[in-house]
Design a binder for this molecule. Structure first.
Ligand SMILES: NC(=O)c1ccc[n+]([C@@H]2O[C@H](COP(=O)([O-])OP(=O)(O)OC[C@H]3O[C@@H](n4cnc5c(N)ncnc54)[C@H](O)[C@@H]3O)[C@@H](O)[C@H]2O)c1
Length: 394
C-alpha cells in the first residue's frame, strides 16, 4: 500500500479553517493523506490552528516549510497574487502542488509552472475542478447530441456581493477569527474574475472548448469597502463584462461584477436553435443528470447565499462521503483528493493545470482588451477540450 500523502497547508485563513483542515483531518482519510505542517506569517495563527486540529509542524516562514522533509505536497491557500511564486518555490523544493483557485494571474506564469513540474516530474492540480461535476458533463453531452439544436450563444458569470466581508472567520477578535479579506479587493490578484467567475469559466470552457478571441470592458465600481470598522481601498476591477469567441460564430457573454447576476450559480446558460439549458433547467424543466435526485434533496445550509446553485451537487463528487458531506467547501477538498489519488495511485485527473492556464489567459485577455480597446487573440488552448464544431453545429 502507498503511504499517506503528507500535505503542508500554506495560508491558514478562511478557507483553511472552514474547509481544508476540517476535511483533511477526518479519520476516514488516515491511510491516504495526513496534514503534517501549517504555515502563516500572522503571528500565532498557524500555532492556534495546529492546536485546534492537532498538526505537528508550524511555520511562519514558507521556506522553512518547504525544507521540512515530512511534507510531500502543499496546498496553497494564500492570496492569489502569491500563488505563482509560492508554487514555483514548492516545485523547486520537490513538492507536488495543489493551487486553490486561481493558479496564477498570467498565462506565461502558468506555463512556467507547468514546464517546471514536467521537468521535475511533479504533479500540479489547479482548482476549480468544475468538470468533475456530473451536471457539467451531462450538459457537455447534451450539446454534442444536439439537445438544443445548433448552439448559438452562452452566458456565464458571478457577482462578489459582500461574501468575503461576511465570512465568519473574519468577524472576531482573535487570530483565527479576524482574517483580513482586503486582498480580495486589490491588485494584483483581487476582483471577482479570479475569485468567482473563474468557476463559471472553467465550466463554460470545459463544456464548449477553447476560446479564441476576447473583447471586454472593465473597471472598479466600489472603490472603498470596510473590514472590522476600517476602510479598505479597492483598486481591483470589480465590474468586467466580456465577449468570448469560440470560432465558427459561436459566442459567449461572461461577467464578474460587484453585484447582480443574470445566470444561476456558476452555471452557464446555453441557447440553441431549438431549445435552451439555463442554469439547472432544460427547456424550462428540471435538468436531469446522474445524481440529480440526490443533489436536490440535500438541505441548503443556513446563512449561505447560494445564488441559484444546488449545494447538494457537491455530494456527487467522488470523495464526498460520510462526514465530508457535513463540512463546507466540499469541491475544494475533492480537488485536493484528486492530487492525493494521482500521487498514490498514479491516477491522472481531469483537473489540469492546462485548463486552469486557459481560463487565466481569458481573464488576462479581458483586462488587456479593456486597456487597449481591442480584441485579444488567445495563444493557449484546453488540453482535452472538445472541438467547438461538435456542439450541435452542422
Ligand atoms: N474563502 C473562500 O470562500 C474560498 C473558497 C474557495 C477557494 N478559496 C481560495 O483559497 C485561497 C485562500 O482564500 P481565503 O479566503 O482563505 O483567504 P484569507 O485571506 O482568508 O486567508 C489567507 C491566509 O494566507 C495568509 N498568508 C498571507 N501571506 C502568506 C504567505 N506569504 N505565506 C503563507 N501564508 C500567507 C494570511 O495571513 C491568511 O491567513 C484563495 O486562493 C481563494 O481564492 C477561498
Amino acid at each position: 500500500m502507498a503511504k499517506p500523502v503528507r500535505i503542508g497547508i500554506v495560508g491558514v485563513g478562511s478557507l483553511s479553517l472552514r474547509g481544508l483542515l476540517p476535511h483533511l483531518t477526518q479519520s476516514d482519510l488516515a491511510e491516504r493523506v495526513t496534514i503534517t505542517a501549517l504555515c502563516d506569517p500572522v503571528p500565532n495563527r498557524a500555532t492556534a490552528a495546529a492546536d485546534r486540529f492537532n498538526i505537528r509542524h508550524v511555520f511562519t516562514d514558507y521556506t522553512e516549510l518547504l525544507a521540512c522533509d515530512e511534507v510531500d505536497a502543499v496546498t496553497l491557500a494564500t492570496p492569489i497574487s502569491l500563488h505563482f511564486e509560492q508554487g514555483r518555490q514548492a516545485l523547486i523544493a520537490g513538492k507536488h502542488v495543489h493551487f486553490n483557485k486561481t493558479m496564477t494571474t498570467s498565462a506565461d506564469d502558468a506555463t512556467e509552472l507547468i514546464t517546471l513540474a514536467n521537468q521535475k516530474q511533479l504533479k500540479i492540480v489547479a482548482s476549480p475542478g468544475e468538470m468533475l461535476r456530473p451536471h457539467n458533463q451531462r450538459i457537455k453531452e447534451m450539446l454534442r447530441e444536439g439537445a438544443i439544436g445548433v448552439l448559438c450563444w452562452a452566458a456565464c458569470g458571478a457577482a462578489f456581493g459582500t461574501y468575503h466581508e461576511s465570512e465568519k472567520e473574519r468577524q472576531g477578535p482573535d487570530v483565527l477569527s479576524n482574517v483580513d479579506p482586503s486582498w480580495y479587493f486589490r491588485i494584483p490578484g483581487g476582483g471577482p474574475l479570479y475569485d468567482m467567475t473563474v468557476y463559471a469559466l472553467h465550466a463554460l470552457t470545459g463544456i464548449l472548448g477553447s476560446v479564441r478571441k476576447v473583447v471586454a470592458l472593465s473597471g472598479t465600481r466600489i472603490t472603498e469597502r470596510s473590514f472590522q470598522g476600517r476602510a479598505v481601498t479597492c483598486d481591483a476591477h470589480d465590474n468586467t463584462v466580456m465577449l468570448l469567441d469560440f470560432g465558427e460564430s459561436l459566442f459567449a457573454f461572461a461577467y464578474g461584477t460587484a453585484g447582480g447576476r443574470i445566470t444561476y450559480g456558476f452555471n452557464g446558460s446555453y441557447f440553441g436553435t431549438t431549445g435552451s439549458i439555463v442554469g439547472f433547467t432544460y427547456n424550462g424543466l428540471p435538468l436531469d443528470y446522474p445524481g440529480a435526485e440526490i443533489a436536490r434533496k440535500v438541505p441548503r445550509p443556513e446563512g449561505v447565499e447560494w445564488q441559484g446553485q444546488i449545494p447538494g451537487n457537491q455530494w456527487l463528487l467522488p470523495h464526498i462521503t460520510e462526514a465530508h458531506r457535513e463540512i463546507p467547501e466540499q469541491h475544494v477538498f475533492e480537488d485536493i483528493m484528486q492530487l492525493v489519488d494521482w500521487i498514490r495511485e498514479d491516477r491522472a485527473t481531469i483537473v489540469t493545470a492546462a485548463h486552469a492556464r486557459h481560463v487565466i489567459e481569458i481573464i488576462e485577455a479581458a483586462y488587456r482588451a479593456n486597456q487597449e480597446g481591442r480584441a485579444q487573440i488567445l495563444r493557449t488552448t484546453l488540453e482535452n477540450g472538445p472541438a467547438v464544431s461538435s456542439c450541435g453545429s452542422s
